[in-house]
Design a protein around this ligand. Structure first.
Ligand SMILES: *[C@@H]1O[C@H](CO)[C@@H](O)[C@H](O)[C@H]1NC(C)=O
Ligand SMILES: *[C@@H]1O[C@H](CO)[C@@H](O)[C@H](O)[C@H]1NC(C)=O
Ligand SMILES: *[C@@H]1O[C@H](CO)[C@@H](O)[C@H](O)[C@H]1NC(C)=O
Ligand SMILES: *[C@@H]1O[C@H](CO)[C@@H](O)[C@H](O)[C@H]1NC(C)=O
Ligand SMILES: *[C@@H]1O[C@H](CO)[C@@H](O)[C@H](O)[C@H]1NC(C)=O
Length: 236
């Protein structure tokens, strides 16, 4: 047992020594969590081979969001808010993302002429500027209770209306799995109330993130519709 451990330590040591002397891409992280609207830099060390490009994530269209195409970005190039700089002792190729957004989340690959290494960028949610109260129009109209809170990978949304846990889809209500907003087909008087949404993001492991937002929803309608409905009741 002891001898085996000692042997494997020796092998590890040899492996580390050998690979250090040959061509290598050194990325000292496999996963990084970023906050939205920050600028983040990710250094990739390339030794003994040529740097080719940083490859950005690709994503299939989902939850009503368009597909994202992967791009190869090399030194001095940029694509929107993403660029690559050569830094340090000229052996660091640094990926720079200005104003990180949820759509930046995914797998990035530092590609050399011989080897490549990847890391996953996770983007934490931010509860920011959620409106309250929100007004929905009564009648034959669809309405949305706007939340607009997203993350990569997506968080979980737990909605309550007047303290009661809601499930989706139910009663013509569905949830938008990208933003957490509730879509209502045919807004009714019963949709008025105090809503809370608890947003839980497990991807922040070992520390999960969570936050809760309160939204008061008022149902408004034109006078004629309300008078008509009162008239209708009094006729019965
Ligand atoms: C190229 O990479 C492989 C592993 O991916 C490694 O075994 C080999 O030594 C590398 N070649 C050079 C010239 O360093
Ligand atoms: C890889 O990078 C890390 C952090 O920059 C450093 O501590 C480590 O020594 C590097 N490894 C090699 C083999 O260069
Ligand atoms: C980026 O470059 C690599 C290696 O040349 C290639 O396999 C990959 O398809 C390229 N990706 C894009 C999006 O052009
Ligand atoms: C920069 O490269 C030179 C020559 O390869 C080396 O002697 C020196 O230690 C390097 N400096 C750093 C900070 O890595
Ligand atoms: C929301 O809660 C407050 C405080 O309890 C209450 O005054 C208000 O009428 C409620 N709003 C709705 C739309 O039910």
């Amino acid at each position: 047992m002891f001898a085996a451990t000692e042997l494997s330590i020796t092998i590890l040591f040899l492996a580390a020594t050998v690979s250090y002397s040959s061509a290598e891409i050194n990325l000292s992280f496999q996963s990084v969590t970023a906050q939205q609207f920050r600028t983040r830099r990710f250094a990739c060390e390339v030794t003994g081979e040529n740097f080719v490009a940083w490859e950005t994530p690709s994503r299939e269209a989902s939850h009503g969001q368009p597909a994202i195409e992967s791009k190869n970005i090399t030194v001095g190039q940029s694509s929107g808010r993403v660029s690559v700089e050569r830094t340090g002792n000229n052996s660091y190729y640094t990926l720079v993302i200005v104003d990180v957004t949820v759509s930046d989340g995914g797998k990035y690959t530092c590609r050399g002429s011989n080897e490549s290494k990847s890391f996953t960028l996770k983007v934490d949610f931010l509860i920011h500027g959620v409106k309250t109260p929100q007004r929905l129009t009564y009648g034959m109209q669809d309405g949305t209770i706007e939340l607009g809170v997203s993350a990569h990978p997506p968080p979980q949304y737990q909605w309550r209306k007047d303290g009661q846990l809601m499930t989706f889809p139910e009663d013509g209500k569905s949830i938008d799995l990208y933003s957490g907003s509730i879509k209502i087909t045919r807004v009714g008087i019963g949709d008025q109330g105090n809503y809370t949404c608890r947003v839980v993001w497990m991807a922040g492991k070992p520390r999960e993130t969570e936050d809760t937002v309160d939204i008061e929803v008022l149902v408004v309608g034109s006078h004629s519709i309300i008078i008509n409905s009162v008239d209708f009741k009094s006729l019965q």
